[in-house]
Design a binder for this molecule. Structure first.
Ligand code: M6R
Length: 366
């Protein structure tokens, strides 16, 4: 059932090229310049007239929501707020019938996310679900939705759910951008073509597995780690840290790289591994200077870079390459090495990769 892999997590990491393809199959018609999604098409007015989109989710799904915030605002010019479902539901939020709420949940059973949906519905908002499990409670409680079609995710650490959620949300953002006329025709078409290139680029990112295993060997005994990224890759830094925490039990924190100077830089010494996402597009020069700041304080730098990068290679202790893509699609690639890294470190530490302590696959308690 693990398809020849030692663990579900590894199988699910390797399934991502296919899972992403399954997510856009039948929806992304690049040659016709079309994105077909019934849940959006049937409710287009709701999205077009929305004052804002509120995204609610927990854990990894919340990180996918943060990536979506960047893409919705950047490409579709729709204001977005992203909230932990557990906070949203208890803070008497201002919601009206002009709001669209998107709930993201792999399992479709997360209690806090479900409660947030109920609250938003009571206040008259239109509620859209992005779920993986077909027929799950959230998929039934929402007004409309889009499935991720990632296939069953068994490992407690979410992997392919994350990349397929980002794929669905990118499709929605592109579709709305086109409808609103806020994205040039040529850019829109380039996006559709590039989305189709993503599975083979994920495939290429997976080729770094052996190198990542070697990097894991070096840092497996760390007690603390930092993950840094900016813009679209800030949520990837959070996700990288969560993956390491939950399966290897190493304390890790994700930060926007520029926040370092506001406190966390005090933690840097020769014992601190810092994982930095430093891809070419998106604040590259700024990230390079953040790397210099860490280096001058003797931190160990492991950088995720674009293929062919020169400048970061000079500075970092290790570099892991991912193919080049549009800035907004980089999370689909930069997250891959971080998933593999957590997997190998957890394995080397003798942890139960698929069923980490204290955690369950779906959190149906509040
Ligand atoms: O099923 P959901 O997407 O609603 O689950 C949300 C979180 O519980 C989940 O992403 C959790 O954080 C994972 N263990 C992360 O790997």
């Amino acid at each position: 059932e693990k398809g020849g892999y030692d663990h579900f997590m590894l199988k699910e990491i390797y399934e991502q090229p296919r899972a992403i393809q399954d997510t856009y199959r039948g929806r992304l018609l690049a040659d016709q310049g079309l994105i077909k999604m019934a849940g959006i098409d049937d409710n287009l007015e709701k999205f077009m007239n929305a004052n804002r989109i509120i995204i609610v989710a927990c854990g990894t799904s919340w990180h996918a929501g943060l990536v979506a915030e960047y893409i919705f605002e950047d490409i579709a010019r729709i204001p977005v707020e992203v909230e932990y479902a557990s906070e949203f539901r208890y803070r008497n939020p201002v919601i009206t019938d002009k709001d669209v709420l998107i709930a993201i949940s792999q399992s479709g059973e997360t209690a806090d996310t479900l409660a947030a949906i109920k609250l938003a519905k009571e206040k008259g908002a239109f509620v859209f679900g992005v779920c993986n499990v077909v027929g799950s409670t959230i998929s039934r409680e929402t007004d409309a939705g889009a499935y991720t079609h990632a296939g069953p995710e068994i490992g407690v650490a979410s992997t392919k759910a994350f990349t397929t959620q980002i794929t669905v949300l990118s499709l929605i953002a592109l579709k709305l951008a086109k409808e609103k006329g806020v994205l040039s025709k040529s850019k829109y078409h380039e996006f559709l073509t590039e989305l189709e290139n993503i599975p083979s680029k994920v495939e290429r990112a997976l080729l770094s597995n052996e190198l990542i295993e070697k990097v894991a060997e070096v840092y497996k005994d760390a007690t603390n780690c930092l993950y840094l990224g900016r813009g679209y890759n800030f949520p990837v830094a959070l996700e990288g840290a969560l993956k390491l925490k939950e399966i290897s039990y190493i304390h890790a924190e994700g930060y926007p790289a520029a926040e370092m100077k506001h406190g966390p830089i005090a933690l840097i010494d020769e014992h601190m591994p810092v994982f930095v996402i430093a891809t070419k597009k998106g604040h590259y020069e700024k990230v390079v200077s953040n790397i210099q700041e860490i280096k001058s304080r003797k931190g160990k730098i492991i950088a995720i870079v674009t293929e062919g990068d020169e400048a970061v290679k000079e500075l970092a202790d290790h570099v892991i390459e991912v193919p080049e893509t549009f800035e907004s699609l980089t999370p689909l690639l930069t997250t891959i090495p971080l998933q593999l890294l957590s997997y190998h470190i957890a394995l080397m530490r003798g942890c139960n990769v698929d069923q980490p302590r204290n955690l369950a696959k779906s959190v149906t308690v509040e």
